[in-house]
Ligand binder design. Structure first.
Ligand code: URA
Ligand code: SF4
Length: 193
């Protein structure tokens, strides 16, 4: 791990920049391979993540892992994080002010990893990073914004009780993996501006 990421993890774990610091058990910094070409961004830690201090280790995480595996991607190859690093009480959506307070940590992660692709998981990350309202029209698409590529898909928690959405996530992950391959080979890809 680079010194920079170790320093960032420490800052996150002791951060008290917003009210979520009061109710959390553990802050949850991002985790994974910092050489990764792709970073996945979810919403906020849930109960399991809060207890373990690791992102996407609960049911939603299992669904994400399954979809990644289906696409030939491994959790250990990629980097995963969240818009906010502390669990909101009762898993409510993080407030705008909490997202804003936590943004410096996310920006630092992006600066360290410099991913070729940012994978947006669900509406909170979509609105926080791209100012979008709803992923419906953009799901499964690649967006090119300010020199950065983004891929938009559903939040894995949305698929917990919905087998159809599980397949959507799997197919999206496959498309994402294929797109990354194309980018690496210098091939043209279709994007929305
Ligand atoms: N949901 C998220 O958005 N992030 C996690 O880390 C776990 C569940
Ligand atoms: Fe700090 Fe982010 Fe946790 Fe708020 S959610 S206390 S800004 S790490």
């Amino acid at each position: 791990m680079s010194e920079e990421i170790i320093a960032l993890r420490k800052r996150v774990m002791s951060c008290i920049k917003c009210g979520l610091s009061k109710s959390r058990k553990n802050a949850v910094p991002g985790s994974g391979n910092i050489q990764s070409e792709i970073i996945f961004i979810g919403e906020a830690p849930g109960r399991s993540e809060d207890l373990q201090g690791e992102p996407f280790v609960g049911t939603a995480g299992q669904i994400l892992s399954e979809a990644l595996e289906y696409a030939g991607l491994k959790r250990s190859d990629i980097y995963i994080t969240n818009v906010v690093k502390c669990r909101p009480p009762n898993n409510r959506q993080p407030l705008k002010e909490e997202q804003d307070a936590c943004r410096e940590h996310l920006l630092k992660e992006l600066e360290i990893i410099r991913p070729k692709m940012i994978c947006i998981l669900g509406n909170t990350a979509f609105s926080s990073l791209l100012n979008g309202n709803s992923i419906t029209k953009n799901r499964g698409k690649i967006i090119h914004r300010a020199g950065q590529l983004y891929f938009v898909t559903i939040h894995p928690a949305a698929a917990i009780y919905n087998p159809d959405l599980r397949q959507v996530l799997k197919d999206d992950m496959k498309f994402l993996a294929q797109t990354l391959d194309k980018i690496k080979k210098g091939l043209q890809i279709e994007t929305l501006e």
